[in-house]
Write a protein that binds this ligand. Structure first.
Ligand code: ADP
Length: 241
């Protein structure tokens, strides 16, 4: 569960109120898109959720942790309860696809036997079982991001945060990336995806949180084009950039 209660973030350096009185609750198992124009506060919101930034006011709860009271020795365990998917993939170039995914499991001391089973399982989920021995440089952008998703899910975190995961890949392949995140969501992970691609959001629908000038301007469900009549009546007020 993710909950922000009356959260403000004020950056002293720039004098900017990046978030103002934000209240959001995301239950376990949800899939949520976070949208908003540049400067709306999306990155600031993600930094709160990953405990990189404390709120100026208000409280933040993630995966059962009250982040304002998180003790230093609990931080590693908290971080492991979140899987991150980055816009720039962040794969290790000198490691194969298999090794990139196995690495995050080794870091947390998972037994070899577990790794030998888990890595093929997650690579299969993202339809890359046949590329296990390839290096990132031998993959397309879409394939690299599929590795990124496999890696994020390898540790079986309760929450996956995908920060503009389609930002660096061919727009035609963006849909496939969201579909994989939806598959992962069906496997039990809560998924929060930040994006500025309105077409994607309109296509898939679901719960949309639209930030504007640091405030929640819209937080509701919209019908997607996959399961709704092709009309524009479910506009959520997102401006295109
Ligand atoms: P988004 O991710 O939606 O583009 P951000 O959360 O990055 O928005 O930024 C929200 C506002 O806070 C912007 O006005 C930005 O200039 C400001 N801001 C972001 N990060 C910092 C920072 N580290 N120091 C000062 N101001 C910042």
């Amino acid at each position: 569960m993710v909950e922000l209660k009356n959260v403000d973030v004020f950056y002293k350096e720039s004098g900017v109120d990046a978030l103002r009185d934000v209240n959001i609750r995301i239950n376990d198992g949800e899939f949520v898109f976070i949208v908003g124009d540049s400067g709306a506060g999306k990155s600031t919101l993600l930094k709160l959720l990953t405990n990189e930034l404390p709120p100026t006011n208000g409280r933040v709860f993630v995966n059962g942790y009250n982040l304002s009271k998180l003790k230093k020795n609990k931080i590693p365990k908290f971080r492991r309860s979140i899987g991150m998917v980055f816009q720039d993939f962040r794969l290790i170039p000198g490691m194969t696809v298999f090794e990139n995914v196995a690495f995050v499991l080794r870091v947390i001391d998972k037994p070899k036997r577990f790794i030998r089973q888990r890595v093929p399982y997650v690579l299969n989920l993202v339809k890359l079982a046949d590329r296990a021995k390839s290096y990132p440089s031998q993959l397309s952008g879409g394939e690299r991001q599929r590795v990124g998703i496999a890696r994020a899910f390898a540790t079986d975190p309760g929450l996956i945060i995908a920060d503009e995961p389609t930002g660096n890949i061919d727009p035609r392949l963006s849909y496939e990336i969201v579909e994989l995140l939806l598959d992962i969501n069906k496997c039990g992970a809560t998924v929060i995806m930040v994006t500025h691609e309105h077409d994607l959001v309109q296509y898939f629908g679901g719960r949309i949180i639209n930030l504007k000038n640091g405030q929640v301007a819209f937080d509701d469900f919209i019908a997607g084009k996959t399961n709704a009549a092709d009309d524009e009546s479910y506009e959520y007020g997102g401006d295109s950039e």
